[in-house]
Design a protein around this ligand. Structure first.
Ligand code: SF4
Length: 231
């Protein structure tokens, strides 16, 4: 199994304020160290491979000072659902009256299910890495079945969510994106399908070379979940 890098000090760093990441809410972002995937295009190699520097108790002190100032907290990383204390921590955040957005690669449906059953999540951004044929190559992991389970769970709970894919042209082309969109439609996903084109000349986990943004056939765009490029 992929080494996750999960440590006793789970938080790598904090972005103290953003208006961009949690719809129009005032929020902070907590970057959890460690991940169970190794996507070559990952922009956060230090977070994925590095050690955390802050404990959850330290972060709660930070959050308590911002009670009434921040609407929400984004739990990101890395993969925050790997951390054993995440559920209790989320409960503490909710007790401060803050909403929670979770960024996840979908590999821990068991954690997602527990968090949703306790009403700890207000919004979930789910990474859709690829269909099964390319999943191992792109993520260096075998969590496709867990991803699919996470997707089904989120849809069954009718939680506010988005599905998103980072696109590097050496890994996914327009036809594959169409298949991925059809996969989402077949499972009942009706929201936007967000695409993030790989930002060239960025430090990443692997050197995948430059990417050329794929063209999408208009007939693909007009049916099922709508593609939305974020860049
Ligand atoms: S892109 Fe996300 S899932 Fe992939 S290695 Fe980076 S943090 Fe982990």
């Amino acid at each position: 199994m992929q080494k996750t890098g999960v440590e006793a000090l789970p938080i790598f760093s904090i972005t103290p304020f953003t208006l961009l990441d949690f719809s129009d809410k005032t929020a902070c972002i907590l970057w959890f160290a460690g991940c169970n995937m190794r996507c070559g295009y990952c922009y956060n190699p230090e977070i994925v491979k590095g050690k955390g520097k802050l404990g959850l108790a330290d972060v709660l002190v930070f959050l308590k000072k911002r009670e009434g100032l921040l609407d929400g907290v984004v739990l990101s990383g890395g993969e925050c659902t790997l951390h054993p204390g995440i559920i209790d921590f989320a409960r503490e955040i909710k007790a401060l009256g803050m909403q929670i957005k979770l960024d996840t690669n979908g590999s821990r449906p068991d954690v997602l299910a527990k968090m949703m059953s306790q009403n700890l999540l207000d919004y979930v951004a789910l990474d859709f890495k690829s269909l099964p044929g390319s999943f191992q190559k792109i993520t260096r992991s075998s969590f496709f079945d867990q991803f699919e389970k996470s997707l089904k769970l989120l849809l069954a709970h009718d939680i506010q969510m988005e599905v998103r894919t980072t696109v590097h042209s050496s890994q996914i082309n327009g036809d594959e994106l169409a298949e991925m969109k059809n996969f989402l439609a077949a499972r009942g996903y009706k929201g936007h399908y967000y695409l993030q084109h790989f930002v060239n000349q960025t430090k990443t986990l692997e050197d995948l070379g430059p990417s050329k943004k794929p063209q999408l056939d208009q007939s693909i765009i007009s049916s099922g979940p709508q593609f939305v490029w974020r860049n």
